[in-house]
Design a protein around this ligand. Structure first.
Ligand code: ACO
Length: 344
């Protein structure tokens, strides 16, 4: 019988600098009222000039490891989900591997845009399931505001920087845990809906203008439909129904998208994790940050069923159901403290 993976620790890191909707009113023709009503976002975090996807990911991974009390030398693999890497190479994951002292681990990045963390989680889970690894660190980390055109009100109000990390270990048959199955999909024909650096080949990445360009209405419709369908498929593949879901952790792209998906599934809104009001869309970091916060807030208990749902540029999307098992939440206390840091 194959092994299954479970998440045994979580951590998150948000940069100190807060950018409010009022700050954005000084940059573009927008208003706090419009942004709050149309997106649910009130503020977001912006990485400091000396920070990058790798350093944010390092902080999240360190907090997770402190909570887990795991020797970094016991880590077999580091996966970083990111679409705003420090550079073309080395991989962000390799920088994280070195910084956390995971000297025995291999490492690589996954880029499925905002779906990168869930894609990384699916890969890491399979390393555990096959016995190829016993401890896998999966990080979702983004300095995605570096890809924004700060004069484009359609996009610059939506995004924020941050990182979250999860530790995967094997689940013994008698223990709570187990992730999956995963339902992961993509459709490159819809590349023009949201992209950074040009929607089509053959432009080389270094020649590309890297600002995010988005058709908001088309993306809104696609997100609601694909998230709804993949959530249903993941629940069916797990032999579960919506009634079995204790917490819904969707990608935080727009509060209206999230509530539309929850409503269409018949999930009560109080079972949905919301961080977008404080952090905006942190791309592949939204789900691991939300998991870390949910644990810190005592919203997750051993045995709880958690539905994860994502969508990203590509388009890429997917969902999975996991049984919560993580016994500790110390890593996320710093997240809560970070919220108290006076902005700017
Ligand atoms: N402030 C004020 N007005 C604005 C702003 C702004 N920041 N942005 C757009 N508007 C205006 C538009 O110009 C338009 O004006 P018009 O009627 O005079 O033409 C009006 O508001 C309505 O624009 P819509 O695009 O129809 O607004 P909508 O209600 O669709 O909201 C939004 C726009 C928030 C972008 C929404 O479509 C959305 O969230 N889409 C999905 C975005 C998303 O998922 N992004 C993540 C990208 S990557 C990923 O995570 C998958």
């Amino acid at each position: 019988m194959t092994r299954t993976a479970r998440i045994t620790a979580s951590g998150a890191y948000l940069p100190d600098r807060v950018m409010t909707n009022a700050d954005l009113e000084c940059l573009v023709d927008t208003s706090d009222e419009w942004i709050t009503a149309r997106t649910g976002i009130r503020e977001r975090r912006i990485a400091a000039p000396e920070e990058a996807a790798s350093t944010l990911g390092v902080e999240a991974a360190r907090r997770m490891l402190e909570a887990a009390d795991v020797d970094p030398l016991e880590i077999d693999l580091v996966i970083a989900g990111t679409c705003s890497p420090d550079g073309m190479f080395p991989a962000v994951a390799t920088r994280i591997q070195e910084a956390i002292g995971a000297e025995r681990a291999s490492s690589f990045d996954v880029n499925a845009a905002c779906a990168s963390y869930l894609t990384g989680l699916s890969i890491g889970s399979q390393y555990i399931a096959t016995g190829a690894a016993n401890r896998v660190v999966v990080v979702g980390t983004e300095a995605i505001t570096r890809l924004l055109d700060w004069s484009d009100r359609n996009t610059c109000v939506l995004f924020g920087d941050g990182a979250g990390a999860s530790l995967l270990e094997p689940a013994a048959p008698e223990e709570h845990g187990a992730i999956g199955p995963f339902v992961m999909r993509s459709d490159g024909a819809r590349a023009d809906v949201v992209y950074a650096g040009g929607p089509a080949a053959p432009r080389g990445p270094l020649e590309q203008e890297a600002h995010i360009v988005m058709n908001g209405r088309a993306l809104f419709r696609a997100a609601v439909e694909e998230m709804r369908q993949s959530c249903r498929a993941a629940l069916a593949a797990s032999g579960l129904t919506v009634e079995d879901v204790d917490l819904f952790v969707p990608h935080q792209a727009n509060l209206r998208i999230m509530t539309a998906v929850a409503d269409s599934l018949g999930l009560p809104r109080d079972r949905m994790m919301v961080t977008i009001d404080r952090y905006g869309n942190t791309s592949s970091a939204t789900i691991p940050i939300a998991l870390a916060e949910a644990e810190a807030e005592g919203r997750l208990h051993a045995g709880d069923r958690v539905l994860l749902s994502t969508i990203g540029a590509g388009l890429t999307w997917g969902a999975t159901v996991l049984e919560w098992s993580s016994p500790c939440c110390g890593a996320t206390h710093d997240v809560r403290e970070a919220e108290l840091v006076p902005a700017r």
